[in-house]
Structure formats: C-alpha cells, structure tokens
Design a protein around this ligand. Structure first.
Ligand code: ADP
Length: 589
C-alpha cells in the first residue's frame, strides 16, 4: 500500500506540469455525469408520460430534447478529448526529459551496479508511460466515482441492497486484480535483466563494427547460442507466471459478470412488490449503468494498482541522491595548478591507486605512462571527478575537489578517451557539441580539426563539416576509421577549450608515424594549453615537461625524459624496447 505515494506523486506531477488538466477534467466529469443520468430519466419520463396518457408528439418532443442535450454533451467531450491527447503526448515527453536529465545527476559508479542498470533501463523505457497512466487512471477513477455516486443515488432511493451488492462484488474484484498486478510486477522484474541481455545480443547484430567478426569468426555461433538460452529463459518465466495470472483474471471476469444479473434481480424484486413500472423501467437502465460503472471502476482501480507499482521505479530513480553529481559547490576559476596529494583509490576492496603525489601547472605538458592496468585511466576518472578518492586529495587552484561544482570543474578539466563515442550528428556538431551557428564557431571547428589532424580528411567530403557522421540516417554520411574517430574526439576536446586537457591513449588506433605527427601537431598548436598525455607508448613523452611512470597503481619513476633515461630504470628499458619497434630500432644508452 505504500506504493500509493507514487500514485499521488504521478497525479501531482501531471497537474503541476499541465494545470489545464484540472479544468478539462472537471468539465469532462460534469458532462459524463449528465450523460449517465439523462438516459435513466428519459426512460422514467417516457413511461410516466405514457401511463398518464400523454400524446406521442409530446413524448417524441421530450426524447428529441434529450437527444440534443446528449449530442451537445458529446461534442463538449470531443473537444475536451483534444486537451487530453495534447496533455498525454506532452506530459510523457516531459517525464522522459526529466529522466534523461536526471542521468547527469547520478554518480558514475552507479553505472557499474546491475540493479541500478535494470532500474535505469526500466525507467527510461517505461517511466513516461507508467507515470502518465498512473495519473490518468486516477483522474478517470475520480470521474467514474462521481458518475457512480449519481447512479447510486438514483438506485439507492429505493433499493440500497442493489448498491451494496454491486459494491461488495466490485471490492472482491479489486482484490483479485491486485493479485494479478503483483504477479505481473514480479514477472516483469525477473524478465527485465533477461530482456536487457537479449537487447544487448540483438544490438550486436546491428553493429556495423561487429559485422566483420560475426561473419568471419565463431563469435556469431556463441552469441546465437546465448540468444537462444536467454529466449528460453524468458519463455520459462512466462510459463511460470502466465497460468497463475490467467486463473486470477478468469475468476475476476466471472465475478464481474455476476454484477448485472444480481443488481437487476434485486431491482426487479422490489419494483414488482411495489408495482412501480416507471421506476422499474428506469432502474433497469440504472442497473445496466451501474454494472458498467462498477466494472469500469474496478478495472481502473486495478490499473492504478499495477501502474503505481510500476511508477515506483522511475520515481525512485528520479529521487536518487548522489555523492558527487548535482550537489553544486564552488564555481571553478581558470586553471593555474592541480595537486594530487597522497591519493589512494580502489573500486571495491582492492586498492588500484596508492599514495600518488603529482603537480601540474598551467601550460605544462605532462605524460603518464605505464603498462595496461597500471591505473592511468582510473586517475583520469578521478581528475574528472567521476569518483572521489578514498584517501588523500586532489586540489585545484588550492581548492580541494569536493568543494567544487563538478560540472563547472569539467568545463576546465576535460578528457578524450581511447574509445570515444561519435554521434550521428554532423562533424561540426560532433566537435562543438552544439549546432555550428556562427562564423567564429565554424573557425573553431576547423582549428580543432587541424589540431587533431582530421581536417584534410573532412574536407574530402562534399559537405565538409556539415557532413553527417555514420550512415545510420544518410547514405552520404561519413564513415570514419578507428583512428579518425579518435582524431574527431581530440578535435572535440580542443574545441571545448579545456584548460587542462587530458588525452587518455586517444591515438592507440594510429600507426606510430601518424601518432608521432599528431603529438607534434598538438604540442605546437596547444602551446598555451595544459596537456596531460596518457599512454603506454613512449614516443609521445620525449617532448613533455615531466613524465610519471605508473606500475600497479604507484608512481615508480618520475622526471624529465633525459633524467629518466639516465636512471636506466624501467622507463629506460621500456623506451628502448619500444624504440626497436617504433623508432627504427635505434638503441639509446
Ligand atoms: P590503465 O588505464 O592503466 O590501463 P585502469 O585504470 O583502466 O588501467 O585499471 C586499473 C585497474 O583497475 C585494473 O586492474 C582494472 O581491472 C581495474 N578497474 C578499472 N575499472 C574498474 C571498475 N570500474 N571496477 C573495478 N575495477 C576496475
């Protein structure tokens, strides 16, 4: 029953976002009430007039009047239904937007939690509909209750038992449907992770990048097997719940079928005792109406029941609190310095970074090198404040990270990762992350593409920076190689004008020569920027001001290239072994 809060929240949200709903629903309710009561009175009037010997034309006249009233009311309802449709469409978009916006306020580490991912996909996929229908059914519930009271009042003037009987049956039906709702909820909770798995597998078969593997390796058979297993699991879950649900639903419909004959029987019994033919005739209509209303009422109640259980998930998602995101903090000024002091961090129990100490000043070109798994990307995520460190601190311009507003920080400190996402928008928009509207913005995009070395490739497309990336929506879309996508992402980082710009192995898909050219270019064009290069290739490091060598989450060597070479430690060994591959095999002692 605590889910009822979510029902009220849905209704509150709908009225808050679209107050017009309130007015239109009052008008719909009043007209529905009139439309329900009119037929009952029409019958009574006709029979009474007939018994009193009124002429056919008088009776037809009255019927005509009622018909006009009913047509008028129907027209009003038709007009109001446009308001309902307008609200239904827009409210769902509003909720979807709220859910998407909430994402920015969810801490990054939640995305590693499977329960969160299940709830999150459920919220995004179903939240707008569930919240809307939860609110909408409550509105129709109120409307139907008011209509029912009108009819109850008419029937119970003479026969309260009929009302009592109808209400009791209705309540039993609600309880039955509650069970059905609960079973459905349990079923969907078990199905959700399976659907997520199946969607993933379906998606792989759409991915252009996966096509070559699918055609040439054994991965296709493995994925198909998994797809088959997940589908079988889903069938099993369905079998488990379907029978139980069907039995409860069947019992419910049998009960509902009993309302009409029961009410009619009671009405008939009392009417014939008193021999009131006019009352009997109108009460017959009332009995039909009440049976319909009650079955509608209980259906609405049952729908609310299941919708409020379902709207719990998106509401919980919307009310999630985070330790980092969306909590505000001090706005961040222009970058001068960044210090890392005795920093420790681990994703779970295991420490990934230990006792790190570093300093970066405005204009520095710093390199962090180390083997895969040494903790380099983890440090980048900490610098972007996707996580907070467990011990020690990161200090920006003398201010500790937790005191800063993360979104303001990320305007100054930004990163490009190894596997960047490119989006199906134009090249210009991919770089600028907004539409390219002015000449200055166009120039910025061009500068950024030159910085990353993609400019010449882009100019080969007829529409230049206006070319749509991917062929998802346009045959003439740009198809980029892995290296080109990395360059596009580097251009994006440049255009965002990060003052501390981190490049986390963004050149891994380039050949050594192209990579060397890229770094040279970046060092030249990014003179005034503070650049932090992360790599396990050392060709990038020679021209850097300072180099940190990571191993298993600790800094094992630090200094300028020449100093580290003189040390003849790990850096020296790595550099020599790589120079054989990349720098023509020249050994450096
Ligand atoms: P690098 O960038 O140097 O290759 P990473 O920072 O990506 O190294 O990873 C460092 C260690 O942290 C690795 O052992 C990796 O398995 C672990 N790790 C990375 N991301 C996560 C995560 N989200 N959850 C748990 N462990 C992680």
């Amino acid at each position: 029953m605590k889910d009822i809060v979510f029902a009220f929240k849905s209704l509150g949200l709908l009225i808050k976002k679209y107050p017009i709903t309130l007015l239109s629903e009052i008008l719909i309710t009043l007209s529905s009430l009139a439309m329900t009561l009119i037929p009952i009175y029409v019958v009574q009037t006709i029979v009474t007039d007939y018994q009193a010997g009124a002429s056919i034309s008088t009776i037809l006249g009255k019927i005509g009047l009622y018909l006009v009233a009913l047509i008028g009311l129907s027209l009003i309802q038709l007009l109001l239904s446009f308001v309902t449709i307008y609200v239904a469409r827009n409210f769902r978009v509003t909720v979807a937007t709220m859910l998407f916006q909430k994402l920015k306020h969810i801490d990054y580490d939640f995305h590693e939690n499977t329960t969160f991912l299940n709830n999150y996909t459920r919220s995004l996929e179903e939240g707008p509909d569930r919240i809307y229908f939860c609110a909408y059914h409550q509105i129709t519930l109120i409307r139907t209750i008011i209509q029912s009271f009108g009819v109850f009042a008419v029937i119970s003037q003479m026969h309260p038992y009929a009302v009592f009987y109808a209400v009791v049956i209705g309540l039993i039906f609600v309880i039955l449907r509650y069970r059905v709702g609960k079973i459905g909820y349990q079923q969907r909770s078990i199905e959700r992770p399976l659907y997520r798995k199946r969607n993933y597998l379906n998606r792989v078969f759409f991915l252009k990048d996966a096509m070559a593997d699918l055609k040439t390796t054994a991965i296709e058979a493995l994925l198909l097997k998994n797809h088959h297993l997940v589908s079988q699991e889903l069938v099993k879950v369905y079998d488990h719940y379907a029978l139980r649900k069907t039995i409860w639903e069947f019992l419910g419909s049998v009960l509902i079928a009993f309302i009409y004959p029961g009410v009619l029987g009671i009405v008939a019994y009392y009417a014939f005792i008193d021999l009131q033919i006019a009352a009997f005739a109108s009460l017959t209509v009332a009995a039909t109406t009440i049976a319909n209303l009650i079955s509608r009422l209980v259906n609405i109640l049952a729908n609310i029941q299941s919708e409020m259980i379902e709207s719990r998930v998106p509401f919980i998602f919307l009310s999630m609190t985070s330790k980092i995101e969306g909590r505000g903090g001090q706005r961040v000024g222009d970058f001068q310095s960044l210090k890392i002091k005795h920093l420790d961090f681990g994703y779970d129990e295991k420490i990934v970074l230990h006792d790190l100490n570093m300093e970066i000043k405005q204009g520095d070109k710093i390199a962090i090198v180390g083997a895969n798994g040494a903790g380099k990307t983890t440090l980048v995520k900490l610098l972007l404040r996707l996580y907070d460190c467990s011990k020690g601190e990161i200090v920006y311009n003398g201010e500790p990270y937790p005191s800063l507003d993360p979104s303001s920080l990320r305007k100054k400190v930004g990163a490009v990762f190894q596997n960047p996402e490119v989006y199906s928008v134009t090249i210009g928009e991919n770089v600028l992350l907004k539409p390219v509207e002015t000449k200055e913005e166009e120039q910025l995009v061009i500068d950024a593409l030159k910085f990353s070395g993609l400019y010449d490739d882009v100019m080969r497309y007829e529409e230049g920076i206006q070319t749509l990336v991917t062929r998802e929506f346009q045959i003439k879309g740009a198809i980029f190689s892995g290296g080109q996508m990395q360059k596009l992402a580097i251009a994006r980082g440049f255009a965002q004008n990060y003052q501390l710009f981190i490049l986390d192995e963004p050149s891994s898909s380039l050949d050594p020569l192209a990579e060397a050219k890229l770094y040279q270019n970046m060092l030249e064009l990014g003179k005034d920027k503070t650049l932090l290069f992360i790599s396990h290739r050392l060709s990038t490091t020679i021209n850097c001001d300072y180099i940190y060598l990571f191993e298993n989450g600790i800094i094992v060597e630090a200094g300028k290239h020449d100093d580290l070479m003189k040390l003849k430690g790990q850096y020296w060994a790595m550099f020599n072994s790589q120079s054989e591959k990349y720098l023509g095999g020249e050994q450096i002692d």
